[in-house]
Design a protein. Structure first.
Length: 362
């Protein structure tokens, strides 16, 4: 049987027998045995190599025959002609941040534990007197004298605030979820203007899909907050509604005047560089100077340990009343991005933002 005949038989639908295909290999193996037994023209090393090659060829042919028989008995199903490339993915809905209500307990400073308990009793009594059903998830406070009541996602905080305003002498305010912010970086100087509307129009012209959605949905938000310069390029900070953020974040870049400008999420955590505490900036700080490296009362610029990370002690972790933070205060500074207190503040801020269908930053 020639090679062409073997190929035609393998490609046909006629029954295929292993003995017909393996017969030439068996004959070759017999000749190798004869040459080795007569000790002529072949030594033991060559004999073993030839036997191994012939057996390997036989095994591969058997596997090929078995696969052909399986293919003939079970023909493959036809490939679907449906084009699934352009199918839109199912949008993922991320949980809406819980609304909250702020109650002013004092003019400045963080309320005491006693003041928080008093405000909690007054707040729950006011809800009951008005017949309002609400679920308080968490109670916290800030440095501006507010006591914050975090409610269930379904609670209508605006209606609750209006009902309770006469009782608390208008010292109660609703806190809706924050709108996300994005940063457009590496923007050339020619794209920057003192008029924020001109910058908005420039971005809309560069993204026709964004422009069309803003025209069709007037309630959507897209506005420029501010911009700042980094070396020879600028970074533009914008506030958007969740749907517009999802739309503009579909690409990592936007082309402005022949420059590919990177798009990313932007969030700012108030962190004082003077006292190292959160919730305010250095400009509005009235606390004592605190070193961000060793937690002593001197400026971090003049700290003798600032070049030795093994001696770092985070002031915020040391001052925390929670053991999980105070026990992990050594080995990082107050402005370390891996600081447990910083990660807690970051998570708290991100949980108050409505991210829509686009995943929040990590």
């Amino acid at each position: 049987m020639t090679n062409i005949d073997e190929q035609n038989q393998l490609s046909s639908n006629s029954p295929l027998h292993a003995k017909d295909v393996l017969l030439p290999l068996d004959s070759l193996l017999t000749e190798v045995h004869k040459l080795h037994s007569s000790k002529r023209q072949i030594n033991s090393e060559m004999y073993n190599s030839l036997v191994s090659l012939v057996n390997l060829a036989k095994n591969q042919l058997i596997e090929f025959i078995d696969s052909r028989l399986t293919l003939n008995n079970n023909p493959p199903k036809p490939i679907s002609t449906v084009n699934t490339i352009h199918q839109q993915p199912v949008p993922v809905s991320y949980p809406l941040p819980s609304p909250s209500i702020g109650l002013l307990a004092k003019e400045s400073g963080r309320p005491s534990y006693k003041e928080i308990l008093t405000a909690e009793a007054n707040f729950t009594a006011a809800l009951k007197s008005k017949g309002i059903s609400a679920g308080i998830q968490k109670i916290s406070s800030d440095n501006k004298g507010h006591i914050i009541f975090k409610l269930s996602p379904g609670d209508k905080v605006n209606d609750i605030t209006k009902e309770l305003a006469p009782i608390f002498s208008n010292k109660i305010t609703s806190r809706s979820p924050l709108l996300p912010k994005i940063a457009i970086s590496h923007v050339p100087e020619c794209c920057i203007s003192d008029n924020k509307t001109d910058i908005v129009n420039l971005i809309r012209n560069a993204d026709p899909i964004l422009d069309a959605n803003l025209k069709d949905s007037p309630d959507e938000v897209f506005e420029v907050l501010f911009h700042y310069k980094v070396r020879q390029y600028h970074t533009i900070i914008c506030k958007t509604s969740p749907n517009i953020r999802t739309l503009i974040m579909r690409n990592s870049y936007i082309n402005l005047d022949m420059y590919a400008c990177r798009i990313s999420d932007h969030f700012h955590i108030l962190h004082c560089t003077k006292c190292c505490k959160y919730g305010h900036t250095t400009k509005n700080c009235s606390n004592n100077v605190q070193c961000s490296y060793c937690s002593k009362e001197h400026s971090g610029v003049s700290c003798p340990l600032k070049n030795d990370p093994t001696q770092f002690k985070c002031f915020n972790c040391l001052a925390s009343t929670e053991i999980k933070y105070s026990q992990n205060a050594v080995g990082h500074s107050c402005f370390d991005s891996k600081c447990p207190i910083f990660l807690k503040e970051k998570a708290s801020l991100l949980s108050r933002i409505d991210w829509g269908n686009h995943p929040p930053p990590k």
